[in-house]
Design a protein around this ligand. Structure first.
Ligand code: TXA
Ligand code: MG
Length: 438
């Protein structure tokens, strides 16, 4: 790296990942690592430095809240628990000039810093370049809060055809159209349902897709000949700015090969589609981690066609009665939403759902997905999807964990269903579809 950057590390990150600093140093970066803490946490930081004598030798403790004065912090990064990476990068459609990206490992966060040592300049430039590609009918993968999408200009039939080809997706499966501003609805939908407006006020930008009456201008390849169109406004600031800058509505399915696990990092996209598409905008790991809720407002009673983070509990107070779409059988292709196909989201290594994963503790060729802290030692590889039975955390790590186990050439992997409440409903839906049939 030719550039001198400073990485600030919070006491919390160090406390909860005591190996964090060592691995940062181990990555031989041409940068300074400093400890950042707000003034009122000074004593915590001092205690921490005493507990880790090596810290005091390699850390310069900064006595100010980082980004207090953002203008002169353009080449600094703040690494926090989680792992969150914050840096200065003002974007038009973002609430704050500080952008925060998430990563599953510290090494991923550091690789991002190595690739983009000056994000305040590089990120806006990349967004502009990728937006120009979209406007020219090219395919660009981009991060959303749910999963990475593979985008193309929704009004350009040829470009949309490219999405189906890259993914090897059958034409009967319609795409979601992504927008950055409400004005873009014009020309996409007709007779906008007042309930849709209410939901947009509450949940957009965010992980709710609505199936609405289609405007005749939307190419039928986007909607699989249906008279309805699925629309969503993602909340990820990179996605919003990319869509806005392209000047187009963007059709985007998840950026994976058809029926495989959805991608939640740029690397996932590169692995499956890298050579087939024109660009990938790297925005770290997706925070929600599973696909948006798909809600149809074209049925008599609003119907959840695909469960997601926004569930019955959030929707019922606004809509009254809400129905859950039926789970389809494996050969049923006449579906209201083809995403309801029974087998979907599947890794190559068979995944089995079991009541008690500890029964597999002695099998070294079985990978284990864990949703809670386990004291039992496992002979095979284990991935914590959540250590504290936190369903939202589990959702954000689920596909990453499945993909990780899928690279290890195991006989199979095992996991258990979560309690059927909140986002657990959506996680269970994906686990069931990703699992092999006994
Ligand atoms: O979170 C998400 O929704 C991600 C990100 C990229 O936005 N996108 C995504 O797209 O998951 P995809 O294509 O993988 O899934 C879209 C789902 C499919 O199940 C599809 O059948 C359904 O939405 N869908 C799309 N248009 C529809 C329509 N007009 N009527 C019913 N279902 C529709
Ligand atoms: Mg998909």
């Amino acid at each position: 790296m030719h550039h001198q950057s400073t990485i600030y590390v919070t006491p919390k990150l160090l406390m909860h990942q005591s190996d964090a600093l060592q691995s940062l140093m181990g990555l031989a970066m041409d940068c300074t690592v400093s400890l950042a803490y707000p003034k009122d946490a000074r004593s915590d930081a001092q205690v921490l430095c005493k507990a880790h004598p090596f810290l005091s030798s390699c850390l310069q403790a900064t006595e100010q809240t980082l980004f207090d004065n953002v203008a002169d912090k353009t080449e600094t990064f703040l690494l926090d628990e989680g792992i969150k990476l914050s840096f200065y990068c003002p974007l038009e459609l973002a609430a704050s000039p500080i952008i925060t990206l998430f990563f599953h490992t510290l090494a991923d966060a550091v690789s991002y810093i190595e690739a983009y040592p000056r994000p305040s300049e590089q990120l806006p430039k990349l967004i502009a370049e990728d937006a120009a590609l979209l406007a020219q009918g090219k395919l660009v993968a981009f991060p959303t809060e749910t999963v990475y999408g593979l985008g193309a200009d929704a009004m350009n039939e040829e470009a949309v055809r490219g999405i189906f080809a890259a993914k090897e997706r059958p034409f009967f499966d319609p795409l979601i159209v992504h927008i950055a501003q409400l004005e873009q609805l014009e020309g996409l939908v007709v007779d906008l349902d007042p309930r849709a407006k209410l939901l947009m006020d509450h949940f957009w930008p965010g992980p709710l897709t609505m199936v609405l009456k289609k405007h005749p201008a939307v190419p039928s390849i986007v909607t699989a000949n249906s008279q309805t169109v699925a629309i969503r406004m993602p909340s990820n600031p990179l996605a919003l700015n990319l869509i806005k800058a392209s000047g187009k509505a963007i059709a985007a399915p998840s950026a994976n090969r058809f029926a495989y696990t959805s991608p939640t990092t740029a690397l996932h996209v590169r692995e499956q589609l890298g050579t087939r598409i024109d660009a990938i905008l790297d925005g770290g790991a997706c925070t929600v981690g599973i696909e948006s809720t798909v809600l149809s407002l074209c049925t008599e009673i609003p119907t959840i066609l695909r469960p997601g983070k926004i569930g019955l509990k959030e929707l019922q107070p606004l809509l009254g009665e809400v129905a859950m779409g039926k789970q389809a059988g494996p050969t049923d292709t006449h579906l209201e939403s083809p995403g309801l196909l029974e087998s979907h989201y599947a890794p190559t290594t068979p995944l089995y759902l079991v009541d008690d994963v500890t029964l597999y503790k002695d099998q070294s060729d079985v990978g284990v997905l864990l949703f809670e802290k386990q004291s039992v030692p496992f002979k095979g590889p284990v991935v914590y999807v959540s250590e504290k039975e936190d369903a939202e955390e589990a959702a954000s790590r689920l596909y990453w964990a499945i993909r990780h186990l899928d690279t290890l050439h195991l006989r199979c992997m095992v996991g258990s269903l979560l309690p059927e409440e909140g986002i657990g409903v959506a996680i269970n839906n994906r686990l069931k579809k990703a699992s092999a049939k006994h």
